[in-house]
Ligand binder design. Structure first.
Ligand SMILES: Cc1ncc(COP(=O)(O)O)c(C=O)c1O
Length: 400
């Protein structure tokens, strides 16, 4: 018998080597209590949360929580069914209407996760004989959607407009083409030059899908994302998003103005062959989305937080993923996994949680400490965070 687990041996060895160094397992942290979108208790200690993607801090919003409780009372704990059978309640229609209002688009389709939204939409619209041209740093759910649909996959260098154009021009005449981009790339927190990329895609006859998972609620005048901020949202064919970041719960979606969009409800397997979201979840999401429409002050405060953290970390001597803050994600580049894990642990002991990211999830084999800010981080908390980075950075030799 061939042990099917032998392919994991290199990863098992890497993990054992890391843990033998005595470091706390960075991928096994337990939140013992969560007090607010910015504070939890971990290992019995008050810990500031700086790695949750809870950008707009909606998880404890009183209206959001009340809507969830009411739906739980009125509709029960789950639908136990697919959207196309018994799993569409009024709440599912209401959250899709909230998305149509939020994006000012004709159609919205809600999935059980953002992962499934990418998997479903990409695999259904781009099949065998079609071409998908995608940024090489695309999220795993995008790659998995490409594989599932069996289209020809053509990756191009990260954020490189010329490379995208070259790839598009090489595709055989008459083939279906889908360009897949992200508004914010979550590893380094950099944004895409969507305006130029969408223009190049359209000039070469491609449809465009943009995943705005990390920009919804925050970037753009109405929080519609990078496509809105760059003035080209009407040229984008499909926007994918998630409820697991700014919206503050779980779920995923696609919005579009395509006139035939609704047919996807019958042919998209990750939509049809799975149970729909619980009523409490869609109620919290709809309430949150409505409130995000009217959150300009929070967006402004989140930008302030992002700029201050970026400037402060730079001043301390850390190497960052972008020269300027481009989103609510600030990535601190670590020299290697061992140092990254030591710094992660030192920060946790100081009372700060960030995400440790390592290859293969990261670009160019980097180890990163990814910080994601929240609109509810106070000025004092950002000050505390910088103090903790200074102390942990000196203790681990990352900075002088
Ligand atoms: C760019 C991007 N797309 C999609 C997803 C999937 O979202 P969800 O958590 O709703 O499955 C993520 C989540 O990490 C993401 O970063």
């Amino acid at each position: 018998m061939i042990d099917l687990f032998s392919k994991f041996d290199p990863l098992i060895e890497m993990r054992e080597t890391l843990l033998e160094s005595g470091v706390t397992d960075p991928f096994n942290l337990v939140m013992e209590r969560v007090e607010s979108p910015t504070v939890a208790i971990c290992n019995g200690k008050r810990t500031i949360l700086l790695g949750t993607y809870n950008y707009m801090g909606m998880t404890f919003d009183p209206d959001v929580v009340a809507a969830g409780k009411q739906a739980l009372d009125e509709f029960g704990s789950g639908t136990t069914g697919s959207r196309v059978l018994n799993g569409t309640y009024v709440g599912h229609k209401a959250v899709e209407q909230a998305l149509k209002d939020f994006y000012a688009m004709d159609h919205a389709m809600v999935f059980s996760t953002g992962y499934q939204a990418n998997l479903g939409i990409i695999s259904t619209i781009a099949g065998k004989d079609d071409y998908i041209v995608l940024d090489i740093d695309s999220h795993a759910s995008i790659y998995d959607g490409c594989k599932m649909g069996d289209a020809q996959i053509v990756p191009f260098r990260h954020n490189d407009i010329e490379a995208l154009e070259k790839r598009l021009k090489r595709i055989p005449e008459g083939a279906g083409k889908l360009v897949v981009l992200e508004g914010v790339y979550s590893m380094l927190g950099d944004i895409a030059p969507l305006k130029e990329m969408v223009a190049v895609s359209k000039a070469n006859g491609a449809m465009v899908l943009v995943d705005e998972a990390h920009s919804m609620g925050f970037i753009g005048e109405h929080g519609r994302g990078v496509a809105e901020a760059q003035g080209i949202i009407d040229d984008v064919d499909f926007i994918i998003g998630t409820f697991s970041k700014s919206v503050g719960t779980v779920g995923g979606f696609c919005v579009s103005n395509h006139p035939k969009f609704e047919i996807l409800r019958l042919v998209c397997r990750p939509y049809v062959f799975t149970a729909s979201l619980p009523p409490s979840v869609v109620a919290t999401a709809a309430t949150s989305i409505h409130k995000l429409m009217d959150s300009a002050d929070k967006r402004a405060h989140l930008w302030e937080n992002s700029k201050r953290l970026h400037a402060g970390l730079r001043q301390l001597g850390f190497q960052l993923g972008t020269d300027e803050p481009q989103s609510a994600i600030i990535a601190v580049i670590m020299p290697d996994l061992e140092t990254g894990a030591a710094m992660w642990e030192a920060l946790l002991k100081e009372g700060l949680y960030v995400n440790l990211a390592r290859p293969p999830a990261t670009p160019a084999g980097m180890t990163l400490l990814r910080c994601s800010l929240c609109a509810l981080h106070t000025g004092d908390q950002v000050g505390e965070i910088l103090g903790m980075f200074a102390a942990a950075g000196r203790a681990t030799g990352c900075i002088d």
